[in-house]
Design a protein around this ligand. Structure first.
Ligand code: PBG
Length: 326
């Protein structure tokens, strides 16, 4: 016999209206941050699809403006910019040049859409000839000598009008260096969204095609975190908070939901998560094969981030999701 008082979980699942009433988490346009790749080029109409990320493009300034315009019309609130300079050098000059491509893009977007939150990824790897996130000496990425350059990049971005800077290099002490430089330059109200917990992940593969930022030798394992570790993630988060980070990011996303949850439970700052290029490509590839329902899988993956405790989500699906939410 079935006991009369057993739990009938199905009662609240009988209709969409009921399911929506008792839903615990939701993704909204306020949560989403769209990454864009902007290229320094004389060809105004330049637009090149990234072969490993179908639907994502390297864009000239003009094409960026067009694309952002469409997204803003669909409710885009925030974007993050990555730059591909015309020329790279050993010290990543394009990252902190006032006329660097990201600085130009920030000026353009803030001029056109003052209310759009424009975030600048702060790193050197897209600008260095060797593709590493810091200065290299004897095949080793130098920590302390890199800090000053990152700080200069953040100030150049803030000067151009960036609403927020997001250091993604994983050098120790960079949040403190950036905070001090921003404050000295008068940008006391420019928040730092720190890629505090960033793993040395194979899921970044397609991004490196997109940003043309593959390391020319070695890998990023001496500065990005070792994937098997989670206690270390808490140490990284504490360090960045003490140095002045305003928002903590975990990256990648789906394979690291446990880390998102731990960061959420241990800290009261906003938490961001980055659904990285390889996660995008996996979903896209399966969808293009007709093996999964793309938008259903996307929405499920994004709400999983919210359920794990994330406030903000950086995802290449932002433009598509905005259309669904609208
Ligand atoms: C730059 C940076 C990377 C990503 C964001 N910022 C690449 C890397 O660390 O190699 C990866 C984003 C993605 O894969 O979508 N340091």
């Amino acid at each position: 016999m079935i006991p009369a008082d057993f739990y009938r979980g199905r009662r609240l699942r009988t209709s969409l209206a009921l399911r929506e009433m008792v839903r615990e988490n939701a993704v909204t346009a306020n949560d989403l941050i769209m990454p864009y790749f902007v290229v320094e080029t004389a060809d105004e109409d330049f637009q090149k699809e990234i072969s490993s990320m179908p639907g994502q493009y390297q864009l000239s300034l003009k094409q960026l403006e067009k694309r952002v315009g469409e997204a803003v019309a669909n409710g885009l609130k925030a974007c993050i910019l990555f730059g591909i300079p015309a020329e790279k050098d050993e010290v990543g000059s394009g990252a902190y040049d006032d006329k660097g491509i990201v600085q130009q893009a920030i000026r353009l977007l803030k001029d056109r859409w003052p209310k759009l939150i424009v975030i600048a990824d702060t790193c050197l790897c897209e600008y260095t000839s060797h593709g590493h996130c810091g200065l290299v000496k004897n095949d080793y990425v130098q920590n302390d000598p890199t800090l000053n350059l990152l700080a200069r990049a953040a100030v150049a971005q803030a000067k151009a009008g960036a609403d927020m800077v997001a250091p993604s290099d994983m050098m120790d002490g960079r949040v403190a260096a950036i905070r001090e430089a921003l404050d000295e330059a008068g940008f006391i109200n420019t928040p730092i969204m720190s890629y505090a917990v960033k793993y040395a992940s194979a899921f970044y593969g397609p991004f490196r095609e997109a940003a043309e930022s593959s390391p020319q030798f070695g890998d990023r394992k001496t500065y990005q975190m070792d994937p098997p570790n989670s206690r270390e993630a808490m140490r990284e988060a504490v360090a960045d908070l003490e140095e002045g980070a305003d928002i903590l990011m975990v990256k990648p996303g789906m394979p690291y939901l446990d880390i998102v949850r731990q960061v959420r439970d241990n800290f009261d700052t906003p938490v961001a998560v980055y659904q990285v290029s390889g996660e995008y490509s996996q979903i896209k590839a399966a969808a293009l094969n007709g093996w999964i329902d793309e938008m259903a899988v996307v929405m499920e993956s994004l709400v999983a981030f919210k359920r794990a405790g994330a406030d903000l989500i950086l995802t290449y699906f932002t433009e598509d999701v905005l259309k669904v939410l609208k």
